[in-house]
Ligand binder design. Structure first.
Ligand SMILES: [Zn+2]
Length: 493
């Protein structure tokens, strides 16, 4: 049985509209998925929405809607986002779907059967916006560190999962699988936290209704993490035949704020159920705007759908992957985006394609002679300009999730090609009638663009396809600019 390469994003909480953080995570996952597909793997990629919980209940009632109506509308926006961003997700899982409910209740029963669930009383300081209890020591001046709101003291009867039982096993798992969490800085954070006492996890609630009932005790709904994390199983077809080909997931890509849940709680749940643990949890940083974490309450929100409409999907995808070293926090600004479009896309890549197309049309009526690559100028230039080793060096970066470095490798070759036009001066070769050399040189440039397109594909699929199409279908002609330059006006500053 051939194992399918299975990659997931976290599922989004649709209480508010999609923002740049959602877009960034989906693009990262899509780049990895497309690259693996290009390398010949069968890929299954999953994204979706986490639609239960008190916050949804609250937002829905504020909007004068039922929770179901509310999530219906909100989830639609996340689906539009995926489409706009050209994300090749193979499925979109919603935690309100029957297939998910079934899987969650099944997992709950498995945890019970393993003797890992007990009923107890939970008392704590609870932030409704986080849907989480806080320890006194984790509050900032008595307030929730995220929402700057005073949490309520809450006591309720809940079910608990014996997370503490898995502390040693998980610690050992981390030691035996040093690449389980990447980057290493995040893994070390978790290993440090594992040195402290790990408390059992509250897995049910009686304070709200909008969720999946605990099997056999429907006063309780299953609380966020058992519900949400199980999407990785239900979305992969659990427990059917397809699931067996997909599980364990190869990569869960997530933000650093939910790493504890994915690297400690999730593996514990899976171990308790007798299921394999995912191969990797890959952690990205935050996209900030003007140095601030994006957040609706602070008014720092940029609509990625509007940006795709304004600047183009590939431009946005390129910008985020080039500008933010994976794993680190990055900054978004329209000024920086426009700069990247004008310099890297319009000037470097777009201009190279334009010059190559124009000259091929002008000197060879769009068709290079068949033996153009036989001239020794060809082999000399191809190795000198770095085209030959490009795919290998880009692959090395991709394997290490250094996406910006992969793009940097590609752009080095693009820039070398542009410079070689200045140095070689094909117009002089033409004037002097050196047709063989001219053909060889043009062929070098065409091949460099083809190799660049191949490596650009995971990042900018439409652009890569367009370049390939222009250079392979019929005769090569001067076409429309790939990326028109954008005026840097005052209002985008
Ligand atoms: Zn909070």
């Amino acid at each position: 049985m051939k194992k399918i390469f299975y990659i997931t994003t976290a599922i989004d909480y649709p209480s508010a509209d999609p923002h740049m953080g959602h877009a960034y995570e989906k693009i990262c996952a899509d780049v990895i998925a497309r690259w693996n597909e290009k390398k010949g793997k069968d890929v299954f990629s999953l994204t979706g929405t986490d639609e239960h919980g008190q916050k949804i209940e609250n937002y829905a009632s504020k909007a004068g809607k039922t929770p179901k109506e509310f999530v219906e509308k909100q989830t639609g926006k996340f689906k539009i986002l995926c489409k706009k961003l050209n994300i090749r997700n193979d499925d979109f899982i919603r935690t309100t779907e029957p297939r998910h409910t079934k899987a969650v209740q099944d997992i709950f029963k498995k945890l019970e059967a393993a003797g890992d669930v007990y009923k107890g009383k939970y008392k704590g300081l609870y932030c409704t916006d986080c849907e989480a209890y806080y320890l006194e020591k984790d509050l900032e001046e008595g307030l929730c560190p995220t929402h700057k709101k005073k949490p309520n003291l809450l006591e309720e009867e809940t079910y608990f999962f014996k997370l503490s039982k898995y502390q040693k096993k998980i610690t050992k798992f981390f030691q035996q699988n040093p690449d389980f969490v990447e980057p290493a800085i995040r893994k070390n954070e978790m290993l440090n936290r594992l040195k402290d006492e790990v408390r059992d996890l509250c897995i049910s609630r009686t304070t709200f209704k909008w969720g999946i009932p605990v099997p056999g005790d429907d006063k309780h709904v299953i609380f966020v993490w058992v519900d949400a994390l199980t999407n990785y199983l239900s979305g992969a077809g659990y427990p059917g035949a397809e699931f067996k080909k997909r599980w364990p997931a190869d990569i869960h890509i997530i933000g650093k704020d939910i790493l504890w849940f994915h690297s400690i709680i999730w593996p514990s749940i899976l171990m308790s159920c007798g299921l394999d643990v995912p191969k990797k949890v890959l952690v990205h940083g935050f996209v900030n705007v003007g140095g601030q974490k994006m957040s609706k309450s602070k008014g720092v929100v940029i609509d990625p759908i509007a940006l795709c409409d304004k600047y183009g999907t590939d431009a946005l995808r390129y910008f985020l992957m080039r500008e933010i070293p994976f794993g680190e926090d990055g900054n978004f600004s329209e000024v920086a985006l426009i700069k990247r479009i004008n310099s890297d896309l319009a000037n470097d890549l777009g201009n190279l394609l334009h010059r190559v197309s124009t000259m091929t049309e002008k000197y060879f009526e769009g068709v290079l002679p068949k033996n153009a690559a036989k001239n020794k100028l060809y082999s000399h230039m191809v190795s000198q300009l770095g085209q030959k080793g490009l795919t290998a060096s880009a692959d090395r970066c991709m394997e290490a999730f250094r996406f910006n470095d992969a793009l940097d490798e590609i752009w080095k070759v693009i820039n070398a090609a542009n410079k070689s036009i200045e140095d070689t001066k094909p117009w002089i070769l033409s004037k002097e009638g050196k047709t063989d050399e001219l053909a060889a040189f043009m062929k070098v440039l065409v091949d460099i663009l083809m190799t660049a397109a191949e490596n650009i594909y995971p990042f900018m699929p439409d652009t890569a396809n367009e370049i390939t199409k222009r250079l392979t279908e019929g005769s090569i002609k001067k076409g429309k600019p790939l990326f028109p330059r954008i005026e840097e006006s005052e209002d985008t500053r």
